[in-house]
Design a binder for this molecule. Structure first.
Ligand SMILES: C[S@@+](CC[C@H](N)C(=O)[O-])C[C@H]1O[C@@H](n2cnc3c(N)ncnc32)[C@H](O)[C@@H]1O
Length: 289
């Protein structure tokens, strides 16, 4: 589900205000990091969709965490929706100082927010924190490259969540398919990993699936796609800056240098192995049946 940016005028005004403040901070020489937070914010379709999810899933009085808060846009949306308190977390101290500036100048009382600079995968929040809603957008396609699982599990492990806590997003479903050098699909996509962030115990993916050919060609790579699921049952797919399909290295286990030929009906077993949150090129091992 995507949003036409923006149907909710309050959210549109918030978006413009945060974007303009980020630009002002940059002009004043603020080091807002490698640009990921900024690129995400400026992907309007992505940001409008996530803001709409947060608006829908936040209820007045909730205690909320916004992990990988970036510009703070999602936690600020929760504050606008009358969250009791938002714990913002980002590793970039320039962004956290901007979040503090934004929340203060927007008129939110000091006791309604706290801003934490540090690694979301290990950060400790104030003693007694009891979260009703965890917002976390540290998502790399396939959960590669960003520490979504570790960040949510850190809060669960430290006892800040409870059985009624909701998570935005709640889970991810990743699929794999073989594609040729022009990125045309040679097999159907097959789900290989479903991760429910609140209860994930695995450190990564280690699984095998069988794919079936739908077109003739030589496989050049494995394509991974990820969809996100939300507490209201809706799903989102790829945006310019979220869940963009990504290629994995294809390795033929039995004859490393041979072409992997696919024809309609060909069955191939794919073994997929990688750790969540590592900056690495995932490998997909393939074996002809
Ligand atoms: C994908 S952006 C999302 C920003 C914001 N939540 C949004 O939706 O626009 C990810 C942000 O997470 C931060 N980040 C990445 N890894 C982190 C970590 N391990 N701990 C804390 N922040 C992290 C980055 O600095 C960046 O600002």
């Amino acid at each position: 589900m995507r949003c036409e940016p923006f149907t909710n005028q309050r959210l549109f005004r918030l978006y413009e205000h945060v974007r303009d403040t980020l630009n002002d901070f940059k002009t004043m020489g603020g080091d807002i990091g490698s640009g990921m937070g900024e690129a995400c914010l400026k992907d309007k379709e992505r940001t409008a969709t996530l803001m709409d999810k947060v608006w829908t899933l936040t209820t007045p009085g909730q205690e909320v965490a916004d992990l990988g808060a970036g510009s703070g846009i999602l936690g600020l949306t929760a504050l606008l929706r009358e969250a009791k308190h938002v714990h913002f977390v980002d590793q970039n101290p320039y962004l956290t100082s901007m979040i503090h500036f934004l929340a203060t100048t927007m008129g939110f009382d000091n006791d309604r927010f706290s801003v934490n600079a540090g690694d979301a995968a290990s950060i400790a929040l104030a003693p007694g924190t009891r979260l009703d809603h965890v917002i976390c957008e540290l998502i790399g396609t396939g959960l590669i490259g960003e520490s979504q699982v570790q960040a949510v599990q850190n809060l669960v492990g430290k006892g800040y969540t409870h059985t009624g806590t909701i998570y935005t997003p709640e889970s991810s479903v990743s699929t794999v398919e073989l594609v040729d050098v022009h990125s045309r699909a040679l097999t159907q996509p097959v789900p290989y990993s479903t991760v429910r962030f609140s209860s994930e115990t695995a450190a990564g993916v280690q699984t095998s699936v069988t794919v079936r050919g739908v077109r003739e060609g030589v496989a050049a790579s494995a394509l991974i796609r990820t969809e996100l699921e939300y507490h209201d049952g809706s799903r989102t797919g790829a945006f310019k800056n979220l869940c963009k399909p990504r290629k994995a290295l294809l390795v033929r286990e039995d004859k490393p240098s041979w072409d992997i030929l696919v024809e309609p009906g060909t069955q191939l077993e794919l073994r997929i192995e990688y750790a969540f949150g590592q900056r690495q090129m995932p490998k997909v091992f393939v074996q002809a049946h």
